[in-house]
Every structure is written in C-alpha cells, then in structure tokens.
Design a binder for this molecule. Structure first.
Ligand code: SAM
Length: 333
C-alpha cells in the first residue's frame, strides 16, 4: 500500500492497492472520464465532508447559530415539496469533523453525523404520517432516524440480521427517538430475505439499503488479503441484493413503493439488480425520481444518462457526497 500524506505531513490511512486496481479497471469501463474525478475524492480522505442531521425530538439551543458560525449551511433547499419542515440537515464545503456525541443512556442526541447522500433514499421514499414502513437492512440506523425526522409512521419495523449491528441499531433508536414514538417501532433480527413471506402485502413503504461493496471504506482496507477475498466474493452480493428486493416486493401492499440504495458505484449491484427485478416481476414498475434529483442538484453531482427511476451520486471536490445509488419502484398489483 501507498502511504497518503496530508499537506502538513500527517500520515493518513493507507490506500489498498488491490482494491484501487480493481476499481480502476471496472469503473473506467463503467463511468468513463467521471471515474478519475471520483477517484481523486475517494483516495483523499482529507477532502471528505460530513453533514449533520438535526434531531427534531431534541432541539439544541444555539446549535444552528453555532453551525452557521462554522460555515455550515442547510444542505437541502427549503422549498422542496417532499421535504418536511422539521427536516434540518447542515453541511459545509470545508472538510473537518464536527464532534460526535457520546451515547448516554436516557439522553437524546441532538444530531446524527452522516454522508449527506444517505438522505436521498429517505427523501425518495416519501414516507407519510400513519404509513406502515419497513427498513429491511437498518443498522446502524442512520436512515431509520432520518425517516422519523420526515414523518410519523403508523408502524415502523427496523430489521437487521447481524446480532452486534442490531444492538447498535437499538442504541441509535434509543439515542434519537423519545418515549411515546419509540413504541411505534419494532426492531427485529431476521434475515431480510424472509420478511416478505412472514409479512406479505403489509407495508406501504420499504427501504432496502442493501449490504453492498462499500467503495469508500474498501479502498482503505487494512488487510490486502481480506480485501482480495472480498473482491472475489463481490459477485455474490448481487444475488443477495436481488433476493432482498424480492422479499421487499412481497412485503409491500399493492400500490406501495420501495426504495433501493447502495453505497457502491458498481453497476452489477445497482442498475443490473434493478433491471433484473423489473424484468422478472411484472407487478413492479419504475417510479420517476428525476424531479427530486433536479431539486437537490445544487448539493450533489449525479452520473448523467441514468434512467428516470434511478440516480447515482458521484463524489466531487467540495461536494464529496456518495457514492450512493438510489432507485424507486412501485408494486402495481
Ligand atoms: N441503513 C443503514 C443506515 O443507514 O444506517 C445501513 C445499512 S448497511 C448498508 C446494510 C446492512 O444490512 C448491514 O448492517 C448488514 O449487516 C445488513 N444485512 C446483511 N445481510 C442482511 C440480510 N440478509 N437481512 C437483513 N440485513 C442484512
């Protein structure tokens, strides 16, 4: 691996050569020129940005003015039709990290630190008050928390298969959601592939934030052998993603919709999986999200030439959000 150095000479995380070489081949073929700009951001962690999603259930006096003093601005334009008034997210162009809040039992946190692109699947889901909502792959819970900033579902089922991560999810929910509302939430530890059969035709909205190749973190894998193994097993992810989507479709009631998201640029885990689902399920239709993409185009750079039901956020200098793929589908019968 090659040691990346910050301008002032501090040693940074090491880039994993096998992963970079693999991405270089695949993403040059899939993204063309755009890849070299994306690569520059992904391999320069000192350029990475983060956003703060404020917790509407725990307003912190002075937080918003202190954010403004530090150069933060609202990440989403206020006038977006699908953006609830209570939804407050701040970002800034300059890198650097706002301090994370420690978990303190019995105390709600004031904000969640995230990659602003993670909010796009949640906005695309357009959850309305009273709806039955399923977050199929929910840990550590960033998107579950964001969904609850947007609306108050009638019932909210957050699922996570992994034991440890499921505990992490529970802790996130406890840290952000107050008492009466928390009773609307069920946390389960099921294999998401089974939920469709366990609760068929039940949900108005399902989020499938799928397990995927995590391009950003894979590039900094500490163990090259483990990284090479992951790259080899990468193909199996598409089939898991497809099965999770099939389960999500089963779990939806007629007229309900689902959003699929990943944090990889890989076409095999993005459009290919969605296209396979569309061609194999006659009761599933694409939903146009291009209006949403246009509405947030100030803050995000999207790959051009994608279809209307999907978007791919490409990290760029000063807008280092993503990678994030989002697609929206509807169950019509
Ligand atoms: N939505 C989360 C958030 O915003 O904080 C991130 C989810 S992460 C991309 C995908 C999650 O899916 C991982 O926590 C992983 O453990 C979980 N997972 C993997 N296989 C699963 C399965 N078969 N069923 C449900 N969850 C699964």
């Amino acid at each position: 691996g090659q040691v990346e150095k910050k301008a002032e000479g501090k040693v940074q995380k090491q880039i994993c050569r096998v992963v970079l070489d693999h991405f270089e081949k695949q993403y040059t073929a899939e993204l063309g020129d755009a890849w070299s700009r994306v690569r520059d951001v992904l391999t320069s962690p000192w350029c990475w940005q983060h956003a703060l999603l404020l917790n509407r259930f725990s307003p912190s006096p002075g937080l918003e003015s202190s954010l403004a003093e530090q150069g933060y601005h609202p990440a989403f334009p206020a006038a977006l039709p699908y953006l609830p008034a209570a939804f407050r997210c701040y970002s800034r162009t300059a890198p650097g990290r706002f301090p994370a809040q420690k978990h303190q039992p019995g105390r709600l946190k004031g904000y969640y630190l995230l990659n602003a692109a993670s909010l796009l699947p949640v906005l695309a889901l357009e959850v309305q008050d009273g709806e039955h909502v399923l977050d199929l792959c929910a840990a550590p819970g960033g998107k579950s928390v964001a969904i609850l900033q947007c609306a108050c579902p009638g019932h909210f089922h957050c699922n996570e298969y992994d034991d440890l991560r499921s505990r992490w999810l529970e802790q996130t929910i406890e840290s952000f959601i107050p008492d009466p509302l928390i009773n609307l939430i069920t946390v389960s530890k099921l294999d998401g592939r089974q939920i469709g059969d366990l609760q068929p035709e039940f949900y108005d909205k399902v989020l499938v934030d799928a397990p995927c190749s995590n391009d950003r973190s894979w590039l900094f894998s500490a163990d090259p052998q483990q990284a090479a193994l992951r790259l080899m097993q990468r193909k199996e992810l598409s089939s898991l993603q497809f099965q999770l989507l099939r389960s999500a479709v089963k779990a939806l009631r007629r007229g309900g919709s689902l959003v699929y998201s990943t944090c990889t640029l890989s076409r095999a885990e993005n459009s290919d999986v969605i296209n396979l689902l569309l061609s194999s399920c006659s009761n599933v239709m694409p939903v146009d999200i291009s209006g949403m993409a246009r509405g947030v185009s100030q803050e995000f750079t999207f790959l051009s030439g994608t279809q209307q039901h999907e978007l791919l956020v490409l990290p760029e200098k000063g807008r280092a959000w993503g990678p994030m793929y989002v697609a929206k589908l509807k169950k019509v019968s």
